[in-house]
Design a binder for this molecule. Structure first.
Ligand code: XUL
Ligand code: CO
Length: 440
């Protein structure tokens, strides 16, 4: 096979001094950080849709990239794309990939045709996985692009559309299981509303829960042991999406008795669209025991939409990796680059450079997060801040032995109560800067 990226060889670690754009400066897969190799800690994945399918257009302009990979028919394109994808991932040392059903095969004219197309490409993917050692992080069904999903999929007003969505999920689960995927994602791109005037919100949410229960029952029945994820996003494409943010999804999972089966796939740009930090969304997931996986990207704070840029902001990757390490690391999840090169970055080489930039940014984030934990000043500050809850009346509050009356008696004896402890924000931020830049 000629190779679709023949101008680029295997990407290697050359260290921070390297000026080679096609080398890692910080991601050294075999280096051990926090007890595991970087490769094991970071579990990088490539997104099929942005990386190998997107032509790079925007709402005002046509695509700037040719992603036909020399194919003349839709099936030829699909097959060539698979070879190209595995070549790309192998060259970068990316160990996982993620896909939507529509990314890997053309939909054709009917569901039966779509399934036949999928059945033709899946063995090819399997063969390439075996050959390269690249594994499946998660699969999903695209239940948002086709016009049939204009009113939603699991929350559609039409039972036929709901059934069609169920069929797509069934097949995407079959493929995920067949390929040994460690996760399956639900991102509800059209599960929301444009106006409440035409929407029975309670009924739509009940239906969404019905669909998720069916998916869990089906996959578990087939022996699937991986994770199920919901990926929160507040808006875009719909005005309001039901999976608004981590806290909203948690309330939904708890209400519908799904919380034991689902974890969250947190995406950085979705967090900021919800007016939260990436760190906040990860924290909410972690403290509630539902942290699962990450869609690694970053938004532009001056734009109100999902720009899906490659993550290069090291503060963000540091805060992210702090949450990941504190969650005990990834279990079945990983860092999926749900990120696209800018429309003007149209050369195949730009794709490598973008992945290298993202992988290096997370390698730095991992190293700095580990340093912050080992340094201990931040943790010590937080522990000291709550020290009054470890003894005396504080310990009674925590143990549950205090009551409103006992606290009132206690408070009456205190006299004047003043809070004298600084929040220390500037101190903590300067500690992080000194740990980040101490080598300069
Ligand atoms: C859209 C998005 C999706 C999901 C998978 O914003 O993030 O690509 O990650 O459907
Ligand atoms: Co995503």
């Amino acid at each position: 096979m000629a190779g679709y990226f023949s101008g680029v060889g295997k990407i290697r670690y050359e260290g921070p001094q390297s000026k080679n754009p096609l080398a890692f400066k910080f991601y050294n897969p075999e280096a051990v950080v926090a007890g595991r190799t970087m490769r094991e800690q970071l579990r990088f994945a490539a997104s099929f849709w942005h990386t190998f399918c997107s032509e790079g257009g925007d709402m005002f302009g046509d695509g700037t990239r040719d992603v036909s990979f020399g194919g003349k028919t839709p099936m030829e394109v699909a097959k060539n794309r698979i070879y190209a994808a595995f070549e790309f991932m192998s060259k970068l040392g990316i160990e996982y990939f993620c896909f939507h059903d529509r990314d890997i095969a053309p939909e054709g004219e009917s569901l039966a045709e779509f399934w036949a197309n999928l059945d033709e490409v899946v063995p090819l993917i399997k063969e390439q996985m075996k050959k390269t050692g690249v594994k499946l992080l998660w699969g999903t069904a695209n239940l948002f692009s086709h016009p049939r999903y204009v009113h939603g999929a699991g929350t559609a007003a039409s039972a036929d559309v709901f059934a069609y969505a169920a069929a797509q999920i069934k097949k995407a689960l079959d493929i995920t299981i067949e390929l040994g995927g460690s996760g399956y994602v639900f991102w509800g791109g059209r599960e929301g509303y444009e106006t409440l005037l035409n929407t029975d919100m309670g009924f739509e949410l009940d239906n969404l829960a019905r669909l998720l229960h069916m998916a869990v029952d089906y996959a578990r029945g087939k022996g699937y042991r991986g994770d199920f994820y919901i990926e929160p996003k507040p808006k875009e494409p719909t005005k309001h999406q039901y999976d608004y943010d981590a806290a909203t999804v948690l309330a939904f999972l708890r209400k519908y008795d799904l919380v034991d089966e689902f974890r969250l796939n947190i995406e950085a740009n979705h967090a900021t669209l919800a007016q939260h930090s990436f760190q906040h969304e990860l924290r909410v997931a972690r403290i509630n025991g539902v942290f699962g996986s990450i869609d690694a990207n970053q938004g532009d704070m001056l734009l109100g939409w999902d720009t899906d840029q490659f993550p290069t902001d090291v503060y963000n990757t540091t805060h992210c990796m702090l949450e990941v390490l504190r969650a005990g690391g990834f279990r079945n999840g990983g860092l999926n680059f749900d990120a696209k090169i800018r429309r003007a970055s149209m050369n195949p080489r730009d794709l490598f450079v973008a992945y290298i930039a993202g992988m290096d940014a997370f390698a730095l984030g991992l190293r700095i997060a580990d340093r912050i934990i080992r340094d201990g000043r931040v943790d010590q500050f937080v522990a000291d801040r709550y020290a009054s809850f470890r003894t005396g009346i504080g310990a009674e509050i925590v143990s549950g032995s205090a009551t409103l009356e006992s606290l009132a008696d206690y408070a009456l004896r205190l006299g004047r109560v003043e809070e004298k402890n600084s929040g220390g924000q500037e101190y903590l931020e300067s500690v992080i800067n000194s740990l980040m830049f101490s080598g300069i």
